[in-house]
Design a protein around this ligand. Structure first.
Ligand SMILES: [Zn+2]
Length: 334
């Protein structure tokens, strides 16, 4: 397993040092699983996430929110009775309903709770995560029973508008489609056993390994696709529908630690994707990937620039090894 990296230097006459000659390091890394590259910039090269008054944003966005009680009962769609006779799926405080926007043949939205319009990352508990993920699993099992062609399954999240969410109210999104996404296809094409080899390499090297929570292994991505990319692997499940309650609880506990780490790094917005690799070897794990998103405002920087959107190459100034070191203390206590 090759962890390929190349260090380059940019040379400038630096206005911050009376125009003295300065060499600035940049490291290019290649992801061992998917092949994409990233640029690792010196720490502090980019604006850190700006502090955000979440309570004020919650207050502004609360009126008319269709995911809040009681509006959610009237303003969100229901499934046809042949898919789910009750129309919406409930577990604990979580509530799942079809997405009004058809991102996939079968597309769902699940709120952690219609009573929690404001949910900072450090307050998303393992129980809230487990119940919400479970509604997505129930949704996918129901869809597959009705439509066996929708085999490409994923549980995803946009948390807050910087991550692409059109609504402030925290939620997950599910997707069941007969057609894979680009990333699902790339993962399905990885050689048999390569993912296990990758995780074992990272565990052995240790510098990006966060730890395991039950049967779920967590690490920081060597070549992150966005700020502070984390990955988790569940070798006891190949697809979201194979997660039983115990595995969901283990996944949820790790995810709550990861979100607490993001909050500690100053982030409140993130994207998440959980899906199988599906290369058909029987040894492929369920894979979770997540990235932090930086808060935007009229004059604040987005984390996605020309490099991310058009070159598929993230430029980040948070070293994966530093992210892992911060995360490891959390994961070592479970
Ligand atoms: Zn709401």
């Amino acid at each position: 397993m090759e962890f390929r990296r190349e260090r380059l230097e940019a040379e400038i006459l630096d206005p911050r040092r009376r125009f003295e000659r300065e060499r600035l390091p940049v490291e290019i890394r290649w992801d061992p699983l998917l092949g994409h590259s990233c640029r690792l910039l010196p720490h502090g090269s980019l604006q850190p996430p700006a502090p955000v008054d979440l309570e004020e944003l919650a207050r502004q966005s609360r009126p008319g929110c269709p995911f809040c009680a009681p509006e959610v009962e009237e303003q969100t769609p229901r499934f046809p009775p042949e898919v789910w006779p009750e129309g919406r799926i409930r577990r604990g405080e979580a509530l799942l309903f079809p997405n009004l926007v058809p991102y996939a043949k079968w597309s769902s939205v699940s709120v952690y709770s219609p009573h929690r319009h404001l949910l900072p990352l450090e307050e998303i508990s393992p129980a809230l995560l487990a119940d919400n993920i479970t509604t997505q699993i129930v949704f996918m099992r129901a869809v597959l029973e009705h439509d066996p062609s929708a085999v490409w399954l994923s549980v995803n999240a946009n948390q807050l508008p910087p991550s692409g969410s059109s609504l402030f109210h925290p939620h997950l999104q599910g997707s069941a489609s007969p057609v894979p996404t680009t990333m699902q296809k790339l993962l399905a094409e990885t050689a048999p056993g390569r993912i296990r080899e990758y995780v074992e390499s990272e565990r052995r090297q240790g510098e990006r390994y966060l730890g395991s929570v039950g049967r779920v292994e967590w690490l920081a991505s060597f070549a992150p696709i966005g700020p502070a990319e984390l990955r988790a692997f569940v070798f006891d499940a190949a697809f979201p529908t194979e997660l039983d309650d115990a595995l969901v609880a283990e996944l949820a506990l790790g995810l709550s630690l990861a979100l607490d780490l993001y909050a500690d790094l100053g982030f409140q917005s993130f994207n998440l994707a959980v899906h199988g690799a599906a290369s058909g070897t029987g040894d492929d794990p369920l894979l979770l990937r997540m990235v932090a998103r930086t808060y935007f405002g009229p004059l604040l920087r987005s984390d996605a620039m020309w490099s991310e959107r058009l070159h598929w190459e993230a430029a980040v100034d948070l070293a994966p090894e530093a992210v892992a070191e911060l995360g490891r203390t959390r994961f070592s206590h479970v």
